[in-house]
Design a binder for this molecule. Structure first.
Ligand code: GAL
Length: 679
């Protein structure tokens, strides 16, 4: 069983000079002459780290037990000769066709029994002992062959574990799920109690009767669904650990990671519980082209990654130079966007900027996905951007190892996400990521830096703690939030928080259960709204999606509903607690109302934006070199101008990108970036 929040990683960063720069490199798709040119062009671009071998299993072991390493030996030697380090994959991210042909029992299944076949990628069930065995063998072969190769700086286990198959409902999964449940509950009686199986004749008499929540006539047991989500995340982690342990045994000198998918789009892996098993945290992030504020979601993803990394520098393992190939319409990046995207990750703690992929494929499903070197070759803007980014990263060398500091914590929790969006709830319209982003966006636009932290984290020292829609919460995690308020923080809790315990049992006596006393309110009934329906508040602002029939039990009403069935009842409340305060918001505030409340909270908490007078659409983040908190000389101010106008931002120091000095302010051109070493 996975501990929820083990120690953050020890951050054994791969040994590359300066910030790492590069991408996925798939040389097996190209003739040797092209591979030779690759190294020359990588040198031109300043590339110093590439991920190799991710999807190479079928080329490395074309027939069972017969290996062909010649081509990879040559690739690694060539990269080494060119001074480029390698994040070497275990090559296990996609089983070769001979393996699924001989062992179709390794294939994963959907909830409706559909077996997912070979022909794409990731066609394996991590709980298949047969697959595990083959993957372990391949990993050992890779470690033994390449563990002493001087190019290898990092192990890259599998690839985006759970990307395509976060949940597998196969018989292998059923067996492993039962084992996991036995470890969690000990007895079937304990499982029955936790799952509330007195309901709908679901009582189990033995673990053997339990199944994954496969397609059923109606709603599957919610605790079964949650435990299956927990199990599935743990099972992927268990697979990672098994492969990682082989690597540690054979090559203890090389750090190990796998690329996570930390964003508002990936729900099913509880990455906070994975963190302690990675030597360094690596993340893949792709902009959603339809989102006009995709760059704000990017910032959230980067802050979340830093949270998973426990504040340590992390690797941006993949993003795109321009278009992707997997969205309905794949938008090309605008001039300046790729540099801004890259440096936004660096601003928020990345010490490596990497892409999918080095050279754009000529064949296969990803041939229309951009790369560092596009189909059209080097006389292209994409290539010029690649070279310019390499140059920028070299100039940012001094930033390496510095840290981001924040006065604001936003509590983010994967099991709460799973729980909040379960079926058979008061509304089907609630989206956890929207509830989180509503507040993150307010803070982003004010230039306030946020640490995204797991439920249960120690919140001491934060001045403002935001707890959006934390549907399920343990007693311990609820107490951490209360302790923050008692010791002087302003705490904001929003609707549908604290409702259930970790087994999805309602905390009785009135909502919001676990936070009722802290907030000094009691809700007797939820009043979800129709799609598009709006509720007026007494200051003329509005809310939507959700409302509640709430009574004050110690708090004061800051805003009340105006009109309708809840007329005069509290919508926003404040409860003085110790030297701090606990605020509750029982509806989804529209922007105006959320904006007013954010201002009030920042003022009360004494949180200042990173710089004063920040122009709209401009992102600012500061990284601090190790040292005393007030050591301004060792600070780097990142200014990212996402607007079409030139802007000025107050700061004094040297712009590392241009070498120019900023006296009192830096001018950043439209769509441009400045990184000022202050002092
Ligand atoms: C990632 C994956 C890469 C590539 C990329 C395309 O999910 O790890 O191999 O497919 O997406 O955007």
């Amino acid at each position: 069983m996975t501990a929820r929040h083990p120690e953050p990683p020890t951050a054994r960063f791969p040994a590359v000079p300066g910030l790492a720069y590069g991408g996925d490199y798939n040389p097996e798709q190209w003739p040797v002459a092209t591979q030779i040119e690759d190294v020359e062009l990588m040198q031109q671009a300043g590339v110093n780290l590439v991920s190799v071998g991710i999807f190479s299993w079928a080329m490395l072991e074309p027939r069972e037990g017969e290996h062909d390493f010649g081509w990879l030996d040559a690739v690694l030697d060539r990269l080494h000769a060119g001074g480029i380090r390698v994040a070497l994959a275990t090559a296990t991210a996609s089983p070769p066709p001979w393996l699924t042909r001989h062992h179709p029992e390794i294939l994963p299944e959907l909830a409706d029994g559909t077996v997912l076949g070979q022909g794409g990628r990731q066609a394996y069930a991590v709980s298949s002992p047969v697959f595990r065995d083959y993957a372990l063998r391949m990993t050992r072969v890779m470690a033994e062959r390449y563990g002493q190769h001087p190019a290898v700086a990092l192990w890259h286990v599998d690839n985006e574990l759970g990307c395509h198959v976060p949940h597998d409902y196969s018989e292998n999964a059923a067996v492993a799920f039962r084992r996991w449940l036995e470890a969690r509950y000990g007895t079937v009686e304990a499982l029955d109690a936790a799952w509330g199986t007195a309901f709908w004749s679901q009582r189990y008499d033995s673990f053997d009767e339990v199944l994954p929540p496969r397609a059923a006539p109606t709603y599957a047991n919610p605790t079964q669904q949650l435990d299956f989500a927990r199990f599935s995340s743990d099972e992927l982690l268990t697979h990672y650990r098994a492969l990682r342990d082989v690597l540690r045994e054979v090559t203890p000198h090389i750090p190990t990671t796998t690329n996570l998918m930390l964003s508002t789009g990936t729900k099913w892996m509880d990455y906070f519980s994975w963190a302690g098993d990675l030597d360094v945290v690596a993340n893949d992030h792709y902009l959603r082209a339809r989102d006009p504020e995709g760059h704000v979601e990017l910032s959230f993803s980067a802050d979340l990654t830093r949270g998973v990394a426990g504040g340590a520098p992390w690797i941006l393992m993949e993003h795109s130079t321009s278009a992707v190939n997997w969205q309905p319409r794949n938008r090309t990046k605008a001039p300046g966007e790729m540099l801004r995207n890259s440096l936004a990750h660096v601003a928020r703690g990345a010490d490596a900027v990497m892409f999918f992929q080095w050279r754009q494929s000529a064949a296969g499903a990803e041939k229309y996905h951009s790369a560092m070197l596009p189909h059209a070759g080097t006389d292209t803007d994409v290539w010029r951007n690649t070279v310019a980014l390499g140059d920028a990263l070299r100039r940012l060398d001094p930033v390496k190892g510095s840290r981001v500091r924040a006065d604001v914590a936003l509590v983010f929790d994967y099991p709460a996400w799973w729980g909040a969006e379960l079926d058979s709830h008061p509304t089907q319209d609630l989206r956890y990521a929207d509830a989180v982003m509503a507040w993150y966006r307010q803070l982003w636009h004010r230039g306030v830096t946020v640490d995204v932290v797991p439920a249960g984290a120690d919140l001491t020292g934060y001045r403002l703690v935001v707890v959006p829609t934390l549907y399920s919460v343990t007693d311990d995690a609820a107490e951490r939030v209360a302790a923050a308020a008692r010791s002087g923080a302003s705490v904001l809790v929003t609707y549908f928080s604290g409702i259930v315990d970790e087994h999805d049992h309602v905390r009785l006596g009135g909502y919001p259960g676990a936070f009722r006393d802290l907030l000094g309110v009691r809700t007797e009934e939820f009043w979800p709204l129709d799609a598009g329906e709006r509720l007026a508040l007494d200051d003329g602002t509005t809310g939507g999606l959700w409302s509640e029939k709430t009574h004050l039990t110690g708090a004061e009403a800051v805003r009340t509903y105006a009109g309708g069935a809840l007329d005069g009842l509290p919508a926003v409340t404040r409860h003085g607690v110790g030297s701090g305060a606990a605020w509750y918001v029982g509806t989804r505030l529209d922007d105006d109302a959320a904006s007013r409340l954010t201002d009030a909270l920042l003022t009360e908490a004494g949180v200042a934006p990173t710089v004063d007078a920040l122009p709209a659409g401009v992102e600012v983040v500061r990284r601090h070199a190790a040292g005393p908190v007030d050591d301004a000389a060792a600070a780097f101010l990142f200014v990212l101008n996402h607007t079409a106008q030139d802007v000025t931002v107050p700061v004094t120091g040297v712009d590392l990108l241009t070498g120019g000095r900023a006296e009192g302010e830096v001018r950043v051109p439209a769509h441009g970036v400045a990184v000022v070493q202050e002092g």
